[in-house]
Design a protein around this ligand. Structure first.
Ligand code: HEC
Ligand code: HEC
Ligand code: HEC
Ligand code: HEC
Length: 507
């Protein structure tokens, strides 16, 4: 789920620290990188933090003229994200082999990229075998890093460079800047979660205060019920209401440092007290674990992006029964290609133009029984309309729920001129509150097309309002984009959002 990366406002070097010790910022932001010869600029993979900027900061900081080696400012908040999943921060490829130290244990049977995450060996609670990873499938027996917080940052840096154990050398996969960030993280930002989380994994915080904070900071993406972004699958959904009680240590780490690769706010960057984090945890432990939407809509869009299957290479058997739409291959397997973004098939937008197939829509099928819809999806009604070979029953059920309960005729939201009937001024608030974090205030931060033919949120809103409305309500397949339906939007909200999005740049 970490395919796309964001350069975010997480790059502050002078982060105010809420770590165990309180040290003047000027003292903690610089660190001497030992054991490095030529003063080259941070090599290797560099993340969105832009090491050039950080180096510039170091050059003007009090330690810049330090006689030993190269002085680099470390950002402990970025270090915390590197500790979670460093390649999502540096935008490097995820490792495919096992970490060299992995073979020295046999109890944790994971392999590949997971074995390279600091958290997999040292724990979300920083206590390794002395904490939550002291039993269960994550047990490795490896030590924690909490005790290292008392050491000088130079010593931690040396350990990251393989100075204490050659197999603990991360300098081949991360640059000097990243190792400096990690060293600052270990020495400045670790906390003992014991004050926040009791023996039964319950938060010691106040859920009522947490609710206020949650609604201000988290609900715009995760939804009021915490179920607008699914971290799991359709068959086994995972929402904030699962993570907070099951793994409160992970929850606390992510809330403090942010989610690697995504513009999720960081409690540290926002100067929250640790008790504020505990409050949000307390509230999140009461959130829904039931999905707000079935997930079928994303399957209707591009099912293989959700299921993780390979995209089909042949043509869907029914495709040969029409000749007007000349697309081929995977496109012919998308429900939307035959039944339309407006769910009306030949009676809607796909009634003319290059997408015309003449196939019917699915809006009428809402009146069928769930089993009659399933009979369409698993080929019992028409053997050429069989999707049970490419999707599991939970996915087919989600599609049936979508067809029966979640489709709606949205044509009334758009006038004959293709313009939304909504109010762009109200829509702007929705866009700025939820969409802008990932798509930018002008909707141009993500280009869905290419350099030659760029496609932005504004482009889709103008060119294809039904597609925009589908994605805004249900999210983007395979990406953790919030589902508007789970944010509690009415159709008026949707129309307003569309109206504003239609004012955004299209190229
Ligand atoms: C595959 C497991 C594994 C991974 C991944 C891993 N470590 Fe370690 N780490 C260990 C082991 C084992 C030790 C201790 C023993 C040693 O040095 O021989 C250790 C020791 C440490 C120490 C203590 C060093 C000291 O001298 O005080 C720190 C700090 C540390 N690791 C930080 C990290 C950070 C940060 C990352 C992520 C970049 C990381 N580790 C990734 C296994 C791992
Ligand atoms: C700008 C949108 C945004 C905001 C605001 C936001 N998050 Fe997130 N959050 C995300 C995204 C995106 C992910 C990554 C999901 C993925 O990779 O599947 C995520 C992941 C998480 C995870 C990790 C879940 C897991 O197990 O992988 C937690 C915990 C979390 N968020 C909590 C919060 C809390 C608490 C707040 C408020 C303090 C918050 N988030 C605010 C977008 C956001
Ligand atoms: C290659 C084109 C094509 C694809 C892809 C396709 N369908 Fe169909 N679908 C049809 C045709 C043709 C019919 C039959 C219409 C008829 O005979 O009345 C149909 C019928 C249906 C019906 C019954 C409609 C009714 O009113 O009785 C439903 C529901 C349905 N499809 C859902 C889906 C879903 C969900 C997907 C994606 C998993 C999907 N279809 C993918 C072509 C397609
Ligand atoms: C947590 C980040 C996040 C948030 C918040 C978010 N999106 Fe997205 N959105 C994405 C990602 C990732 C994609 C995939 C496109 C890409 O490859 O960049 C996407 C894709 C889209 C697309 C379709 C692109 C295509 O392939 O055709 C539309 C339309 C869209 N978003 C609209 C919105 C709107 C409207 C909102 C606010 C209601 C929103 N998004 C909020 C991350 C987000």
């Amino acid at each position: 789920m970490l395919r796309s990366k964001e350069g975010t406002a997480l790059n502050k070097t002078n982060t105010t620290l809420t770590g165990p010790r309180s040290v003047p910022a000027w003292l903690v932001i610089s660190l001497i990188v030992v054991g490095c010869g030529a003063p080259e600029v941070a090599p290797g993979p560099t993340g969105p933090a832009g090491p050039a900027d950080e180096t510039a900061v170091a050059a003007t900081s009090p330690q810049a003229s330090a006689p030993v080696g190269l002085a680099l400012a470390g950002d402990p908040q970025r270090g915390g994200q590197l500790y979670d999943t460093w390649w999502a921060v540096t935008e490097a490829e995820a490792p495919t082999t096992d970490h060299p130290l992995w073979a020295t244990q046999s109890t944790n049977t994971r392999g590949g990229a997971d074995t390279w995450r600091c958290k997999e060996c040292h724990g979300w609670d920083y206590k390794g075998a002395d904490g939550a990873y002291g039993s269960g499938s994550h047990l490795t027996g490896f030590t924690g890093v909490l005790a290292s917080a008392a050491k000088p940052a130079e010593e931690i840096l040396a350990a990251m460079n393989g100075g204490t154990n050659a197999d603990h050398d991360f300098s081949a996969v991360m640059g000097e800047q990243e190792l400096a960030d990690l060293s600052q993280f270990v020495t400045q930002s670790l906390i003992d979660d014991k004050a926040l989380i009791d023996d039964k994994k319950a938060s010691t915080g106040n859920p009522a205060d947490g609710r206020t904070r949650y609604e201000e900071t988290c609900a715009s993406c995760h939804g009021p019920g915490g179920n607008a972004i699914n971290f799991g699958s359709i068959g086994e959904p995972e929402f904030l209401g699962h993570v907070a009680p099951d793994n409160p240590w992970e929850f606390v780490h992510k809330v403090r440092f942010g989610q690697p690769g995504w513009p999720m706010p960081s409690a540290i960057a926002n100067d929250w007290a640790e008790s504020d984090v505990a409050d949000v945890l307390a509230y999140a432990q009461t959130l829904d674990t039931e999905p707000a939407v079935s997930g079928g809509a994303q399957l209707y869009d591009t099912w293989w992006a959700v299921t993780g299957a390979a995209a089909p290479t042949t043509e869907q058997p029914l495709w040969a029964t029409q000749t007007t739409n000349t697309r081929g291959g995977e496109e012919t397997w998308r429900c939307k290609e035959c039944h339309g973004w407006d769910y009306k098939g030949a009676d809607g937008a796909y009634g003319s133009g290059s997408h015309l197939t003449g196939f019917t829509g699915v809006l009428g099928a809402a009146s069928l029984t769930p089993d009659a819809i399933l009979a369409w999806l698993d080929g019992r009604t028409n053997a050429k309309h069989d999707f049970s070979t490419v999707m599991v029953p939970a996915e087919l059920n989600a599609l049936a729920t979508f067809v029966q309960k979640e489709t709606a005729d949205v044509t009334s939201l758009v006038g004959a001129d293709g313009k939304s009937v909504g109010d762009p001024v109200v829509g702007r608030e929705i866009f700025d509150g939820t969409c802008a974090a990932c798509h930018g205030k002008d909707g141009k931060k993500r280009n869905f097309g290419d350099d030659k033919e760029p496609e932005y949120v504004g482009t889709i809103a103008v060119d294809n309002p039904p597609e925009f409305l589908h994605k805004a309500q249900f999210g983007q397949p395979g990406e953790p984009m919030p589902a508007g339906k789970a944010l509690g939007w009415t159709s008026q909200d949707l129309a307003d959002l569309l109206a504003y999005a239609q004012t955004l740049p299209t190229e």
